[in-house]
Design a protein around this ligand. Sequence first.
Ligand code: FAD
Length: 385
Amino acid sequence: MNDVDKVLVVGGGIGGLSAAIAFASHGREVELLEKRPDFNVPGVGLGQPACALRVYRRLGVLEEILDTGFSYNHMSTFDPDRVLIVEHRFLMGGMGLPAFCALPRAVLHDILRRRAQALGVRFRMGAEVSTFGGEHGTSIRFSDGAQAEYDLVAGFDGIRSTARRYIVGDMFGPRHCGIGAWRVQVDRPDCVTGMEFMQGVRGKAGAIPITRDKMYLFNIRPEDPSEFFAADAMHLLMKERLAQFGSYVKEIADSLTPESPIVYGALEPFIVPYPWHRGRVVMGGDAAHVVPPHLTAGAAMAVEDAYVLARCVTSGEGSIQDRLHAYGETRFARNAFVYTFACEWMDIEQSVRSQAELTAAKAEYARNLDGRISAADRILDAFTC
Ligand SMILES: Cc1cc2nc3c(=O)[nH]c(=O)nc-3n(C[C@H](O)[C@H](O)[C@H](O)COP(=O)(O)OP(=O)(O)OC[C@H]3O[C@@H](n4cnc5c(N)ncnc54)[C@H](O)[C@@H]3O)c2cc1C
């Protein structure tokens, strides 16, 4: 049964672009609505685990991603002076896929946008949904005054989603958890060949290579939710926060200037219990769940959501309500795992508040970290498409 011909995807992030490609690949007529006037996306880099790479293969963009990005198969955990505590070989990928491939966010956007365009997706830029009307919520009035009817509206409009508000109201949504992430793109030292973390006191630093020449350096630490960081002081604030770390982190901290491309974001995790739809308006990606970045899998989950949504909806099995329910049920379970694991990991690392606790954490990591991440690898890698 084909009861969904015309799809509106709200949001042109990684999730929305993937949803647009997935529906268009199933022969649906797709329009993508993005509130930004262009695709000049802020952000730094994204590590994409093998489960997302498998979806990218289905979407027809894997080769370009692998050619452009930096692939890695291991993760190392160090002390603040970059003395190794434990190395972990990811149990993901295989059959031509690395465990991870990371690339600049803007580059990934560009690859997906071009693929969507090639499949005939129409872009409506610089506008938002003003009202979800009609019996199914799919009679849309846009902020630029236009109106249109769709068979399905897929809300991938990020953490402050309007689709989520339509579906579940204001009950569920982002809350600052008292932790913030500082990131800056810099030249990659030769020694950084995979993802790495340096556990410190009150926070960790780390790096992810995103091209042959570049990586991003990050610092995840407690931050006051009411704090405002002035743009011209960001380099001094980041340098101050990195003071406990040695090795290349110290060199980078010393080299930061007012021109350094520093990005700060508060962590605001949440997950909405399913169902993730109301009528024929459905959501996915950060609209439905936001996870701490510890498994580097938030965008990966958005991409999986997009693929599974298009597969469920176009399968034609059962009523459209049954199909949307099945989508939410399947995706909630997987995202709840990622959410719980990432929140626990963040709590463990952020609870190190003294040198004595750092010594204890190092011993615990040496004993258990490899096994803990292996368990997550197996579950993340189990996604088939
Ligand atoms: C510090 C940090 C590091 C991270 N690292 C990784 C990583 O390495 N790997 C990984 O997989 N994930 C990572 N993530 C998570 C990842 O960034 C997000 O999960 C991912 O971007 C979500 O994609 P999305 O398309 O759902 O939402 P978004 O990327 O937020 O896209 C939403 C889009 O919708 C648009 N929009 C918003 N509201 C409207 C509206 N009303 N109407 C129309 N358009 C609208 C926005 O402009 C935006 O373009 C990280 C997150 C953080 C905070």
